[in-house]
Ligand binder design. Structure first.
Ligand code: UP6
Length: 248
């Protein structure tokens, strides 16, 4: 059976962030999330201005920054507003609820103040998700892209069960298809490389749409490490959209 269109998926979503993400995808004809895994705020701001038109969201690892500041976050927020993309903090929470709450709300980054989307493991069980606010879209880690990951079929099924039951969860990170009610986010996407020496495994956009019916491709080094990030962002956007349409 063909996959659901973004318009049809939007009908199934209750969460405002899920609806917003799908609206942006439809409007921009893009299913690309750029992961800007760079260590200086100036690099993120520069890349966000240049590629913001082609992405639905920018994924961040805020704890790798050497010069985080509230001014940086405010500037990134205004670029996001202007260019119409969401901010996705890939924190991969993975602790008991109480600790996750402190990591989410406190510390230097105060993720709860600015993120539209966050990632969380569900290794600590369903109640650990209680601490995230209703207005932030939670994306759970159901299955990882790396070689030898412990997220086997049973783990993935349990993670999906928890995710389906929780109204804050809009979808999962995974490397295989999900129930229609959850949005699928797939990292480990690269057109030029099969992997790295640290366990990452890459697939092409075409494969992850055809085989998994993914909803969003997450591209890191394929864009920010390339000589021309703008050209690459355009290329992944086109390739992602073409691959999506081919599965309808
Ligand atoms: N990521 C994965 N695999 C997962 C979950 N998350 O690669 O299973 C994240 C990484 C990185 C990005 O933390 O930020 O997606 C992939 O970047 P890359 O394209 O440079 O490998």
């Amino acid at each position: 059976k063909p996959r659901l269109k973004y318009e049809e998926k939007k009908e199934l979503q209750e969460h405002p962030v899920a609806k917003k993400l799908l609206s942006i995808a439809i409007e921009k004809k893009s299913n690309l999330i750029a992961s800007l895994d760079v260590t200086q705020t100036s690099e993120i701001l520069d890349l966000a201005k240049k590629i913001g038109d082609y992405v639905v969201a920018i994924k961040l690892h805020t704890d790798i920054l050497t010069d985080f500041s509230v001014d940086y976050i405010n500037e990134l927020k205004s670029i996001a507003q202007e260019k119409n993309f969401l901010l996705f903090e890939d924190r991969k929470f993975g602790d008991i609820g109480n600790t996750q709450q402190l990591q989410f709300e406190q510390g230097v980054y105060k993720i709860s103040d600015w993120a539209d989307l966050i990632t969380s493991h569900v290794i600590a069980g369903e109640n650990s998700l209680n601490v995230f606010s209703e207005n932030i879209g939670v994306v759970t880690i159901a299955e990882m892209s790396s070689k030898g990951t412990l997220t086997d079929v049973t783990y993935k099924q349990k993670a999906i069960q928890i995710s389906e039951k929780n109204s804050k969860v809009i979808g999962c990170v995974a490397q295989s298809s999900l129930p229609d009610s959850l949005l699928l986010f797939t990292p480990g996407v690269n057109l030029d490389s099969k992997g790295d020496s640290k366990g990452q495994q890459f697939n092409t956009p075409e494969k992850v749409f055809r085989e998994y019916y993914t909803d969003f491709i997450i591209v890191g080094r394929g864009i920010y490490k390339s000589a021309n990030p703008v050209e690459e962002a355009q290329k992944y956007r086109e390739e992602g959209w073409r691959s999506y349409e081919a599965t309808l």
